[in-house]
Design a protein around this ligand. Structure first.
Ligand code: ARG
Length: 403
């Protein structure tokens, strides 16, 4: 009997060809397919995998685990890679890797395989995650080493081995979708000057086609977890995110177009759609600023979002560093309870109201009306002391050019 391998399987052309390719190399292939909210019907996956040569096909709905243990911690860190990308594809890789390792251990396989290319980030995320969880597992990445030069080569190979592939005309894009969002690459998007064609988008309408009337949505949070939309409670956070994708998507909210730095050193043009995540980031940031004291809030903004995003993007999910940052954001999140009201209109989301039992906003202090309780006389001495360094500078060096 040959070696056993567990393959991360989507059912698309690449991974279907990989099943057969591994079989020809003498492996017994078990496929693993996760439902991470990619919006595809997975009931035919086992049949398809087996028709391609797999001995076993595992399909699992992991949407809640994905939302709760991967998306939410990233939301609580307000992590956006290079200030823009909500890490949609980056977050599913560690979870799928964890599952690959579990299935490998269950079926006594000593290898896992994935369909990522040699110039992307996903290979790094898969492999670092697998090694962190089981350093003895061997990893095979067929796309990095096989002989196929084009899609046509693969289609021909699939036909020759009667692998079921859809012969529909493929869109020119490479699309990775889950409940946190969609990433779109390739085809016309490879020219960074070219506006993304409308057919690139999967889950948002264009702002031009969005309704002429704004829609309001109220997001409720409890200790950093989104728990309600417009007063309707959700037991499962993935369902809330999916509904919010629909609501914000119909207003064209959450489209992101950027040139980003990949780990492998190249810049690539990426288009993302993350309607639900975009609304949740806006809402979370706003509520956080309402309930968090200035020292903690500034520390958080200066140190957490960028660092956390880099960790996720660079495949370092299963590290003590990520866990330590989670401990910090979870502590801060304990106060993040309340509601945020947002307005969705023509591609834009704006926070228009917020309230919380933990609010640190004190109206008596903030108001300019007669109810004002702030001691204005203190301002004089405060300003004097705070400004002293500048006064000293000004005394020592008379003109700014001397300083
Ligand atoms: N550039 C993004 C990232 O590194 C998206 C990758 C999406 N993968 C794909 N196969 N289209 O996270």
């Amino acid at each position: 009997m040959g070696k056993r391998v567990v393959l991360a399987y989507s059912g698309g052309l690449d991974t279907s060809v990989i099943v057969r390719w591994l079989t020809e190399k003498g492996y017994e292939v078990i496929t693993y397919t996760a439902d991470v909210g990619q919006g595809e019907e997975l009931s035919e996956i086992p049949e398809k995998a087996k028709a391609s040569g797999a001995v076993e096909a595992v399909v699992e709905d992991v949407r809640e685990e994905f939302a709760r243990d991967y998306c939410l911690p990233t939301l609580r860190a307000l992590a956006l890679y290079e200030g823009k990308y909500p890490l949609t594809a980056s977050l599913s890789r560690p979870l799928i890797s964890k599952k690959l390792v579990e299935v490998a251990e269950k079926f006594g396989a000593d290898c896992v395989a994935h369909g990522s290319t040699g110039k992307g980030n996903d290979q790094v995320r898969f492999e670092l995650s697998v090694w962190a969880l089981n350093p003895d597992i061997e990893i095979i990445a067929p796309v990095r080493e096989w002989e196929f030069r084009s899609r046509e080569d693969q289609v021909e190979y699939a036909k020759k081995h009667s692998i079921p592939v859809k012969v529909t005309k493929e869109k020119p894009y490479s699309i990775d979708r889950n409940l946190w969002g969609v990433s779109i690459e390739c085809g016309p998007l490879e020219d960074p000057w070219e506006e993304p064609p409308e057919d690139a988008f999967q889950i948002t309408v264009s702002p031009e086609k969005a309704p002429d009337d704004p829609e309001y949505v109220t997001v409720g949070f409890e200790r950093g977890v989104p728990v309600s939309l417009n007063g309707k409670r959700y037991d499962r956070v993935h369902a809330l995110i999916e509904d919010l994708n629909t609501i914000a998507g119909r207003h064209g909210v959450g489209r992101i177009d950027m040139v980003e730095n990949r780990l492998v050193g190249i810049k690539s043009r990426e288009v993302y759609e993350a309607p639900g995540a975009t609304v949740l980031y806006e809402a979370y940031r706003d509520l956080l600023s309402l309930v968090t004291d200035r020292f903690t809030f500034h520390y958080f903004l200066n140190h957490v979002p960028g660092e956390y995003a880099r960790i996720v993007y660079e495949g370092l999910w299963f590290t003590p560093l990520r866990e330590a940052l989670d401990a910090f954001t979870s502590k801060v999140a304990e106060r993040v309870t309340g509601e945020v009201r947002l307005k969705l209109y023509k591609g834009k989301v704006s926070v228009v109201g917020r309230r919380s039992p933990n609010s640190l906003y004190v109206e008596d202090l903030a108001t300019y009306s007669e109810r004002d309780s702030f001691d204005h006389t203190a301002g004089r001495y405060f300003t004097k002391v705070w400004g002293l360094p500048l006064k000293v500078l000004g005394k020592v060096f008379r003109t700014p050019s001397e300083r």
